[in-house]
Ligand binder design. Structure first.
Ligand code: NAI
Ligand code: ISE
Length: 336
C-alpha cells in the first residue's frame, strides 16, 4: 500500500524528508505540500514532488481527503497547531522535534491523543534509529554494568545570528535529552547549567559554549557540552561509564589517510549527513505503521517529557549553577 503524504513546512528538513519519501523509501508518495513561503513549496514540487498539490494552509492540507498522513516540518512554534489538527482529523502524523515549544503545548497534544484513545503521533527523535546509538544501547544494557556517568558533546560548526542562548536547549540539546532517557531507560530529576567564558565566535545574544548537567532517577550524572560555533565540524560524542566498563558512541565511518606527514580522518560538517541513515529508518518506520493506520517510534509522551526537561534546562541557564528540579506527571496508560 502506498501512503499519501502531506508535508507542512518545506524548508531544510521538510525538503529532505520529501526527497527520501519520493526518491529513497518505498511505501509513500508526497501528494500535498504547504508552506507559509509558497515559493519554497513550489520549489519542492518542481524538483522533488511533481504530484504534490500546494495548499494555502496546513489546516487545509490536513483536512484534504487525498492526504492519508501528515509530516509537520515547519518551525517549532507552529508544530502544536498542526499536530492537534492531525489528531482531530484522525490522521497519523510525523512531527519533527520539538513536539511543541513549551511543556504546556506538548501536554495539550498528549491530552488530545489520550482522548482519541489511540497513538497517532511519532516525534522526529531520529537518534533512536541511529546504528551507533542502537549498538551503544546494547552495550550499556548488557556489557558495561549499571551506568554511573555519561559524558557527551553536541557541537555544530556554526549557527545563524538568530540562534539565541535558549535555542541551545530546545533546538539542540533536545536530541540528547531524548536519547539519554531511551539509552539509560531512565528519567531526569534535575538540571544545572554552567557557562565558561564566552567563545570569541559567540554571537551577541548567544552564550556559547555551555555545559548542561542532568541527574537521573537512578543517580546517573550526565554532562553535555553544547558548542554550536565550534568551527571544526558537526560532532556528536557520547561515552557511558558503567560499573564494569565504558561504552562509547562509534564515530561515523570515515576514510583514514596518511597524507602530508599527518594521519587524517575527516569529520562531517552537517547534521543532514551525520544522521542520514537514521532519518531514512525513522520515516520507513512511520510509513510502515501508517499503512496500518497507526504509528510507532518516539511518542507524544517522549515529546512532552523532552519539553518539560527543556523548560527546566532553560530555567537552569537563567539561574546559572543552580539545580532546577524536573518533575514528571504520571504517564498515561496509552504510552506504557
Ligand atoms: P527551515 O527554516 O529551513 O524550514 C522551515 C519551513 O517551515 C520554512 O520553509 C518556513 O517558511 C515554513 N513555515 C514556517 N511556519 C510555517 C507555518 N505556520 N506553516 C507552514 N510552513 C511554515 O527550518 P528547518 O531546519 O527545516 O527546521 C524545521 C523543523 O525541523 C524545526 O522544528 C527543527 O527543529 C526541526 N529539525 C530537526 C532536525 C533533526 O535533526 N531532527 C534537523 C533540522 C531541523
Ligand atoms: C538542528 O535543528 C537539529 O535538529 C540538528 O540535529 C542539531 O544538531 C542542531 O543543533 C539543530 O540546530
Amino acid at each position: 500500500m502506498t501512503v499519501r503524504v502531506g508535508v507542512i513546512g518545506t524548508g531544510a528538513i521538510g525538503r529532505d524528508h520529501a526527497r527520501r519519501i519520493n526518491q529513497v523509501l518505498a511505501g509513500g508518495e508526497i501528494v500535498a505540500l504547504s508552506d507559509v513561503n509558497r515559493v519554497s513549496a513550489e520549489k519542492v514540487k518542481a524538483e522533488i514532488a511533481p504530484e504534490g498539490e500546494i495548499f494555502e494552509t496546513g489546516e487545509a492540507l490536513i483536512a484534504s481527503p487525498k492526504v492519508d498522513v501528515v509530516l509537520v516540518t515547519s518551525w517549532g512554534a507552529t508544530h502544536e497547531q498542526y499536530v492537534l489538527a492531525a489528531i482531530a482529523a484522525r490522521k497519523p502524523c510525523f512531527c519533527e522535534k520539538p513536539l511543541a515549544t513549551s511543556a504546556d503545548g506538548a501536554k495539550r497534544i498528549v491530552d488530545a491523543e489520550v482522548a482519541h484513545g489511540k497513538r497517532l503521533v511519532q516525534v522526529g527523535f531520529m537518534r533512536r534509529y541511529d546504528v551507533g546509538y542502537v549498538a551503544l544501547k546494547q552495550s550499556v544494557s548488557s556489557r558495561i554494568g549499571a551506568p554511573i556517568l555519561v559524558h557527551a558533546a553536541h557541537r555544530n560548526p556554526t549557527v545563524p545570528e538568530q540562534y539565541v542562548t535558549p535555542m541551545a536547549i530546545h533546538d539542540t540539546l533536545i536530541h540528547e535529552i531524548d536519547v539519554f532517557r531511551w539509552l539509560l531507560d531512565d528519567d531526569y530529576v534535575s538540571a544545572r547549567v554552567l557557562f565558561p567564558r564566552k567563545a570569541a565566535r559567540s554571537h551577541a545574544k548567544l552564550r556559547d559554549p555551555q555545559v548542561v548537567l542532568l541527574e537521573t532517577t537512578k543517580g546517573v550524572l550526565i554532562d553535555v557540552e553544547i558548542f554550536v560555533n565550534c568551527r571544526y565540524g558537526y560532532d556528536i560524542q557520547c561515552e557511558v561509564v558503567g560499573e564494569d566498563g565504558i561504552a562509547k558512541l562509534p564515530e561515523p565511518m570515515a576514510v583514514k589517510m596518511r597524507l602530508d606527514a599527518t594521519l587524517q580522518n575527516s569529520i562531517l560538517t552537517d547534521w543532514k549527513d551525520r544522521f542520514i541513515d537514521s532519518y531514512d529508518v525513522e520515516l520507513r518506520d512511520f510509513l510502515k505503521a501508517a499503512a496500518q493506520g497507526g504509528v510507532s517510534g518516539p511518542t507524544s509522551w517522549d515529546g512532552y517529557v523532552a519539553a518539560i526537561a527543556s523548560d527546566a534546562c532553560v530555567t537552569a541557564q537563567e539561574r546559572e549553577g543552580e539545580a532546577v528540579a524536573i518533575a514528571l506527571p504520571a504517564r498515561p496508560a496509552l504510552y506504557n
